[in-house]
Design a protein around this ligand. Structure first.
Ligand SMILES: Cc1cc2nc3c(=O)[nH]c(=O)nc-3n(C[C@H](O)[C@H](O)[C@H](O)COP(=O)(O)O)c2cc1C
Length: 333
């Protein structure tokens, strides 16, 4: 029995109420597997649905893995991107070892839910505002992730973003009243035992951890990028669409992206229209930055929690340390 016993742990056979965020291109099979082995839910970051990437990372996590660990392994996809190409989702659903959970973020998952439910796979949906929750439950979500604006990566743009500290209890109250069997996870700023304990106190059944697990040995991002995150404080991040325009990603209007604010970001923040109208020179600059691992130009995807991250340990160490500290703070161990 986990020290922090939650419905989330019971459903997925976890020993700690933590889920690895399905971080596009970064949360590969090795990171997901390490998290699952450490007792958390490991979600492979299927992201934009690149079939070759998904096949490679699925193999690393799901093949030759024991049944207990398989119960803790799932996948996540960026929902709006599936509207263009859902072949990676379909490929995963065709495999003998099915994911234990399928997470959809950023968009309406209705048209994909039936395919997933057909295999009895629980659906996790990420929401940024209370008003999104009824529709996500109607679409089939059994777990809601309440993502605050401090989170790393994509989320609701500043004008509409909510903070984790109020979003989580507000959604917890709504679920208690309208859909008590739906589980709730908190995302955005959960980076140590204090954050996890706080998430539980706010009414969540667990926490989704992105930035903290991004800065680990198993992450697929370049080590030089992880060092940038270690050296930064929470003041050093910014939300904007600058890096989406630079990467030629057509994100739907309500969403933008939190990452470290670097020189190239500073150059274009507040000047998105000129950037959109003539993106090529800046894209070239950005691409050079990526290929040279020059992080004054290339992006480093972390949230405000970067200020709580001071090392690059293994995912196992992160999960064990975080769980131990949360247990202690909650008076459980
Ligand atoms: C590097 C990175 C990539 C991310 N990519 C995705 C993604 O592909 N799909 C998704 O649902 N969320 C993604 N997220 C957001 C996470 O799901 C989660 O909401 C967030 O990381 C939680 O906040 P934290 O970074 O403070 O832990 C990403 C986050 C990071 C840091």
């Amino acid at each position: 029995m986990p020290a922090i016993a939650s419905r989330f742990c019971e459903q997925f056979g976890l020993t700690t109420p933590i889920a690895l965020a399905p971080m596009a291109g970064a949360a590969g099979g090795a990171l997901a597997l390490a998290c699952a082995r450490a007792g958390a839910l490991g979600l492979v970051g299927g992201g934009y649905g690149d079939l070759d990437w998904v096949k490679t990372e699925y193999e690393k996590a799901f093949t030759q893995t024991d049944r207990k660990t398989l119960k803790r392994l799932g996948m996540g996809f960026i929902t709006w991107r599936l509207n263009t190409d859902a072949s990676a989702l379909d490929w995963v659903l065709d495999q003998a070892s099915k994911p234990a959970a399928m997470m959809f973020s950023f968009g309406d998952p209705s048209q994909y839910a039936a395919r997933v439910q057909h295999h009895n796979i629980p659906i996790i949906c990420q929401a940024q505002r209370v008003e999104q929750v009824p529709k996500l439950i109607e679409a089939g979500a059994q777990v809601i992730v309440a993502q605050g604006g401090e989170a790393g990566g994509h989320g609701m743009r500043n004008e509409f973003a909510r903070g984790t500290f109020t979003l989580v209890p507000e959604i917890a109250d709504w679920l208690a009243k309208h859909s008590p069997d739906t589980l709730l996870l908190a995302a955005g700023g959960v980076a140590d035992g204090r954050g996890l304990a706080a998430a539980m106190m706010l009414g969540a059944d667990g926490g989704v951890v992105g930035s903290r697990l991004w800065v680990t040995k198993e992450c697929l991002a370049p080590v030089a990028a992880l060092h940038q995150a270690v050296d930064a404080t929470g003041d050093d991040t910014a939300r904007s669409s600058v890096f989406d325009v630079l990467r030629n990603l057509e994100w739907p209007a309500p969403y933008d992206f939190r990452a470290l604010r670097n020189d190239l970001h500073r150059q274009w923040e507040g000047r998105l229209e000129p950037l959109r109208q003539q993106p090529e020179p800046a894209r070239k600059d950005y691409q050079q930055g990526v290929s040279q691992q020059d992080y004054s130009r290339a992006h480093v995807t972390v949230g405000e929690a970067t200020g709580l991250i001071h090392d690059i340990p293994s995912a196992t160490t992160v999960i064990e340390t975080m769980s131990k500290q949360a247990n202690k703070l909650l008076g459980l161990g």
